[in-house]
Design a protein around this ligand. Structure first.
Ligand code: SOE
Length: 385
């Protein structure tokens, strides 16, 4: 069957640009969707690198100016995979040009930028232009099951949320001053890059929103070698973001929560774990075992209590029937394919995909409250409405 095309232009070709490229190329091969994604053009500043990326990742063309990409009539979707300092400018220009937008997380570098993006998205939605933010960890089958168990009341009243996201890739002080370590480019450090994931994930899974926080942040390594530094001419620059963040929070459904995000947990590479405890049971998701969900049913006889492992690899689990036979596991990259599956399905149905820019703004307002609290010696700080 011939399907209408959804012509995609992607900005960025590094880690996220690569992950999204693979997903755009895969999504219609796995999922039966009313629109067929066509990988028309990829954009990046460096001509040689973006040309190589286009060739390697299967894009028909490459460009070096995102404004040209946004102005083209043969593009329906702009996918923003740049560092955070360009999210707002590219997304709002694309929405104004009538393109659907998928923007990587966190939505923006500041709450003000995120507000402007959410406003632009609401205006565009009035004329059928769709937008969403790429919180990809929502898209694992085990996470979908976790959310369903909470929504079905299987956990009863939610009392505790406990979330950590631990990495160690900048623990070595010799790691140079990359863009992710500069506030002007990244907005914040561990907070926005990985803390944002656990804020989004816990709110998504519980259906509750964070209303206030008490936070602390730390920057352990305050100066790093510049990218241009050489052994003969060593040059250093200041690290302007947090290396680690910890905070407690209250959620609007009555739960209390703890969050920790760090890039200095030596030995922890990409260790996200979220646990929810309710009056009738508990669930836990661990990204290092992303095909599984831990579930404790508090109503079971005491002799049979404790956590059991549910393998979320059956055709009944979200997304799974499109993949492999029962029991065949998925990996990190599948979350991006699922994200695009949901994005394309919503665009085709004329509906707003989730998480919307408004949802992602709310995450940004939590990050903002965390930064304000940390700047005032952990003073309790309400999340702005
Ligand atoms: C940070 O190191 C990072 O690449 C995040 O930016 C991604 O969102 C996460 O999926 C993996 O870690």
């Amino acid at each position: 069957m011939d399907r209408a095309e959804l012509r995609v232009g992607l900005v960025g070709y590094a880690f996220m640009g690569t992950a999204h490229s693979l997903a755009w190329r895969t999504v219609n091969k796995v999922f039966d969707l009313p629109l067929r994604a066509r990988t028309v053009a990829i954009c990046g500043r460096d001509e040689g690198n973006v040309a190589a990326a286009a060739d390697r990742l299967g894009w028909e063309e490459h460009l070096t100016d995102w404004r040209e990409l946004v102005a083209r009539d043969d593009i329906d979707v702009i996918d923003v995979c740049t560092p955070g300092d360009l999210h707002a400018e590219i997304s709002t220009a694309a929405l104004a040009a009538g393109k659907h937008v998928l923007c990587e997380k966190p939505l923006a570098n500041t709450a003000d930028e995120a507000r402007a993006m959410a406003d632009a998205a609401a205006r565009a939605a009035a004329s059928g232009v769709r937008s969403a933010c790429g919180y990809n960890y929502r898209r694992f089958p085990a996470v979908a099951l976790m959310r369903q168990l909470v929504a079905d009341g299987r956990l009863g009243t939610i009392r505790h949320v406990r979330a950590v996201y631990l990495q160690d890739w900048v623990a070595d002080p010799g790691i140079p001053l990359l863009w992710r370590l500069e506030k002007d480019r990244a907005g914040s450090g561990a907070l926005g890059d990985i803390g944002a994931h656990i804020v989004d994930l816990t709110q998504y899974v519980t259906g509750q929103r964070i209303t206030g926080v008490s936070a602390l942040t730390e920057t352990f390594v305050k100066e790093r070698p510049l990218l241009t530094s050489t052994p003969d001419n060593p040059e250093f620059g200041p690290v302007t973001v947090d290396d680690a963040v910890l905070f407690t929070a209250r959620l609007d459904g009555g739960a209390v929560a703890t969050y920790e995000a760090t890039r200095f947990a030596t030995g922890r590479k990409n260790a996200l774990r979220v646990e929810v405890n309710g009056s009738l049971g508990s669930v836990a998701f661990d990204l290092e075992r992303l095909n599984e969900l831990e579930f404790h049913d508090a109503a079971a006889p005491r002799s049979e209590g404790g956590f059991r492992r549910i393998l979320a690899t059956e055709p009944d689990h979200a997304y799974m029937s499109a993949w492999w036979p029962s029991g065949c596991a998925l990996g990190y990259e599948h979350s991006f394919t699922h994200e695009l599956r949901d994005f394309i399905a919503a665009v085709a149905a004329g509906e707003d995909p989730t998480p919307s820019f408004a949802d992602a703004l709310q995450v940004q307002l939590v990050l903002d409250a965390v930064e304000r609290s940390a700047g005032r010696e952990s003073t309790w700080t309400k999340v702005e409405a």
